[in-house]
Every structure is written in C-alpha cells, then in structure tokens.
Design a protein around this ligand. Structure first.
Ligand SMILES: *[C@@H]1O[C@H](CO)[C@@H](O)[C@H](O)[C@H]1NC(C)=O
Ligand SMILES: *[C@@H]1O[C@H](CO)[C@@H](O)[C@H](O)[C@H]1NC(C)=O
Ligand SMILES: *[C@@H]1O[C@H](CO)[C@@H](O)[C@H](O)[C@H]1NC(C)=O
Ligand SMILES: *[C@@H]1O[C@H](CO)[C@@H](O)[C@H](O)[C@H]1NC(C)=O
Ligand SMILES: *[C@@H]1O[C@H](CO)[C@@H](O)[C@H](O)[C@H]1NC(C)=O
Ligand SMILES: *[C@@H]1O[C@H](CO)[C@@H](O)[C@H](O)[C@H]1NC(C)=O
Length: 449
C-alpha cells in the first residue's frame, strides 16, 4: 500500500500525458484549443479567445498594443494565432500547451517593447502570441503604499488608479544643457526636470537649429519651485508664466505628450496612442559631457530627418537603492539616462538609412557615456547589442547585452532562470539564458533511479 501510494503522483502524470495526444492532421490552432480544454478544469469556449489571420479582427488585435510600426510591416513575421487569456488559469494552461505542442510562444503585455519581441519572432517560426490584454486589474492600497498591477496593464492605467500633482519652459543653449547635467540629478528631491533635444526650424524657416526643451514635474507649488530654481539653476530663467499648477494625474498626461485638456480617462484605454516607425537606443551618463562633445552631437542631429533625444535625470529616489536591490542596476553615480530615437513615416523603404544613422551616433557617443560596461536600459530594448541564436542560447553570448542591461545582476538572473526555467520555455531574442543543466539531471537520476 505504502509503495503504491508513493508511486501514485508519478502514475497520474504519466496517465495525463498519455491521454492527451494531438493530431498531426489538425492545425496548430485546433491542437492548441484541444490541449487548452484538456488541461482546464472546465471547458470554456477557448475558440472565442483565439484570433488567427483568417479572423477579420486579426490585424486590429495584432496592432493593438504595438508601438513600433517598423515591426508591423507586411514582411515582419506573423504569429499563427493570438490567444487572449481571460484569467490566470488560462495563462497557465497556455504555457503548458505551448510546451506540450512544441510551439514557440511570445508573451505580450501593454508597454514599450521597442524591438517588438512580444509580437514578432525573427528567430523561430511558427510562433504564437499570448496576449495579456484582458489581465489588467490594478489594486491600490493607500494604507501601505503598495499597488498590485496585473501584467497586461499600462503604466497610465496604474497612474490613473493611484491618482484618485507640472510646469514647463523652453530655452536653447549649449551652456544651459551643460549646466543641467550637473544640476538636475541633485537639485531637489521633489523636482524631475528632463530635456528633450531635437532639430527645429529657425524663425526665418530657412535653416534648422537644435531646440532644447526643459520639461519638468515638481511636487509643490509654483512659488516654491521658483525659489528652488532661482537658487540652484538661475541660468534657465524660469518665470511664473512657465509654470502650470495642476493635479498629479494631469501632469502625467503632460509629460506623456497628450494634447492640453485631454481627460485623464484616456489612460484607461490601455492603448498605445503614439505609433511610429522608429529605432531607439540608450545610454547612461556618469560624467558631464563637455561642450565640444555636445556641439558634435548637435551637428549629427542636424543631419537626420526626425531625430529626438530625451535626457532623464537620475539622483533622488533612484540613488536610494543599491545596484543589487533589484535587477535594475543603474543607480548611484548615474547623472542621467539618454534615449536616442529616430522616427520616420515612409514604412520600411528608408529604414536602413535611419538605422545606420543612429548606430553612427551611438559610436560617436562612446567616449562620453558609461563604460565597462557601457550601460543600456532594458526597457528601450536594442537588438544591436546582440541576440540569442535561433532557439538556443549561450551564456557567453548573452553576457554582451546582459551585462549592459543588468551589470552584476545578470549572473543572478541567470541563476534564477536556470532554477525556474531550465528548459528555456520563456525565450526570445534577448532572453536570459539558463545554464546547461544536463550534468545536474544525470546526478539526480543516479541518486533516485
Ligand atoms: C475567429 O474565427 C473563428 C472561426 O470562424 C471563430 O470560431 C472565432 O470565434 C473567431 N474569433 C474571434 C475572437 O472572433
Ligand atoms: C477563471 O478560472 C477559473 C478556474 O479555472 C474558472 O473557474 C473561471 O470560470 C475562470 N473565469 C473566466 C472568466 O473564464
Ligand atoms: C536664418 O536665421 C539663422 C539664425 O536664426 C541665420 O543664421 C541665417 O543666416 C538666416 N538665413 C537667412 C536667409 O536670413
Ligand atoms: C554613492 O557614491 C558616492 C561616490 O562614489 C559615495 O560617496 C556614496 O556613499 C554612494 N552612496 C550610496 C548610497 O551608495
Ligand atoms: C526613401 O526611399 C525612396 C524609395 O526607395 C527613395 O526614392 C528616396 O530617395 C529615399 N529618401 C531618402 C531621403 O533617402
Ligand atoms: C531547436 O530547434 C531544432 C531544430 O528546429 C530542434 O531540433 C531542437 O529540438 C530545438 N530545441 C529546443 C530546446 O527546442
């Protein structure tokens, strides 16, 4: 009896896996639906949660949360189908079924995804998308200052729910930018002041020049901000007319670039409002860039059609965590983060030219930014930093981008990956690789079997 009981779990697993078998003649989709039903307690009508290229809604669903039109062009690889789970248990069965059926999956939530890794697989076909769009609950607990946000929600939805407090100004001059680099990270815990840099036409419209817009959020009133600025950054020349006193949630809309008077409810649509063809890259700056470096940068920006840079100051709360407290390592000593963008309108026709331009700019910036490693922001994902090959990963290869995105935390992430996903079910062009575990497995076999 004892013997039987101890073998029961193994028997059950064996039975389960032998009962579910899929047909070679049926489509991937049919097999998947069958598998979902098999592994669910109940059998909901899964077919209504699946869209294939044959459904009229396919393009809408595929495009819905995508921000980069470059990855939606007809020649971009398309999924066999998109499965939109209605609850967590459906996510679990979807993962089990992708694994059972050997279909590569991509998991999509609501945000940036600059290289489209959640809806395009360049390295493996066929593939499917598990879209978390229906899993977007946000629960805010004001008492303990915490919020639980489901993976499908956008940061706008989270902000909206948290909100139930921004000023602006404009100037242009290399000297002010140079001063900003030293002032912005340390100016005041309540002040976030970023710079947006792009070409603009001159008053006579015959030439282009570089425009630097300072765009800030201050948690406090305009008079207090004017005092802070007068004392610490008088060069910018802020006046009360440049300030707008508003609620925090409206400042979120302002910073996000929505037109004036857009109601905050727009954040609840959970849609990407800004869709463009673009390529982006990132850097972190630890020492102010000298004036000569800035001037060379302006020259390069003027050579491109629609480039854009956003410089976000660090310091403040960002420095109050150590590099190893969370996977995000760009902490103490970071002055600011640079986002480089180039945007275009004409589809994939001149994409190569724009991409070549931004790569050259990135090379130009090498002496001025963080080194050993040159740090990069994972949320501005950049496949130029390296890619996993096909369905296999190599630790050595992945250190190329892993160290840039995560610094010393990369090795910890590899350990966690090896422990929880040794078979590398969750993988994409820049996923964390597991270490090979075959030797470990052999040892286990010797012990138990
Ligand atoms: C897609 O088409 C199939 C077959 O016509 C249908 O059963 C399914 O409900 C459709 N999916 C959606 C989300 O409308
Ligand atoms: C969510 O999952 C549970 C457990 O499988 C199930 O009972 C419930 O009906 C599901 N809800 C929906 C909306 O499908
Ligand atoms: C246009 O303005 C720029 C500076 O604003 C000046 O350098 C340039 O000479 C002007 N061009 C003409 C044709 O007036
Ligand atoms: C940040 O770095 C500076 C200089 O490198 C050091 O003096 C300071 O103690 C560090 N602060 C924290 C919180 O690690
Ligand atoms: C963009 O592409 C079109 C079509 O290939 C080409 O005619 C045009 O010269 C390109 N524009 C630029 C600025 O390279
Ligand atoms: C990777 O792909 C090859 C060829 O498609 C296949 O033989 C192999 O089993 C795959 N490996 C994994 C881990 O899926």
């Amino acid at each position: 009896m004892v013997l039987l009981r101890s073998h029961l779990p193994t028997l059950l697993v064996l039975l389960l896996s032998s009962i579910f078998s899929f047909s070679n003649s049926a489509s991937i989709e049919e097999n998947f639906i069958q598998c979902l039903s098999f592994y669910s307690d109940k059998a909901p009508p899964f077919s209504s949660s699946i869209v294939t290229p044959k459904n009229d809604s396919f393009t809408n669903v595929l495009d819905s949360s995508a921000q980069n039109l470059r990855l939606l062009v007809p020649s971009a690889p398309k999924p066999e189908f998109i499965f939109t789970p209605l609850n967590e248990s459906h996510v679990q069965v979807a993962v089990i079924c992708s694994k059972k059926l050997g279909i590569h999956m991509r998991v999509r939530s609501g945000g940036h995804d600059y290289e489209g890794l959640s809806y395009v697989s360049e390295i493996e076909t066929p593939f499917i998308i598990i879209d978390l769009a229906k899993l977007r609950a946000v629960e805010v607990d004001i008492q303990d200052s915490s919020a639980w946000v489901q993976a499908g929600a956008t940061v706008g939805e989270a902000y909206y729910r948290i909100s139930e407090k921004s000023p602006t100004l404009e100037q242009d001059a290399t000297k002010i930018v140079q001063r900003w680099q030293e002032v912005a990270p340390n100016i005041d815990e309540e002040l976030f002041m970023r710079v947006i840099i792009q070409p603009a036409s001159t008053a006579n419209k015959t030439e282009r020049t570089i425009s630097t817009s300072y765009n800030a959020l201050f948690l406090g009133d305009a008079d207090t901000l004017l005092q802070v600025m007068q004392q610490k950054f008088p060069e910018l020349g802020l006046t009360k007319n440049d300030c707008l006193e508003t609620s925090w949630i409206k400042s979120v809309l302002y910073i996000a670039g929505f037109p004036k008077d857009t109601p905050p409810e727009v954040l609840l649509q959970g849609k990407s409002t800004f869709k463009n063809y673009f390529k982006a890259k990132s850097d972190f700056v630890r020492d102010p860039i000298p004036e000569t470096g800035l001037e060379g940068l302006w020259q390069r920006l003027l050579e491109e059609d629609s480039p854009l840079m956003i410089w976000n100051p660090y310091g403040g709360m960002m420095n109050s965590f150590s590099d190893s407290d969370s996977p995000f390592p760009h902490r103490n000593g970071t002055l600011y983060k640079i986002q480089y963008l180039t945007l275009w309108q004409d589809g994939d026709k001149n994409a190569t030219k724009h991409i070549e331009w931004i790569r050259k700019l990135y090379n130009y910036m090498t002496p001025y930014v963080s080194k050993f490693p040159r740090e990069a922001y994972v949320n501005y994902r950049d496949l130029d930093l390296g890619m996993n090959k096909k369905n296999s990963t190599s630790y050595i290869q992945a250190t190329a981008w892993g160290n840039m995105y995560f610094k010393d935390n990369f090795n910890r992430l590899v350990k966690i990956k090896t422990k929880f996903d040794p078979e590398n079910v969750f993988r994409h062009e820049q996923s964390i690789p597991p270490l090979p575990v075959s030797r470990l497995k052999d040892r286990k076999c010797n012990k138990w079997g």
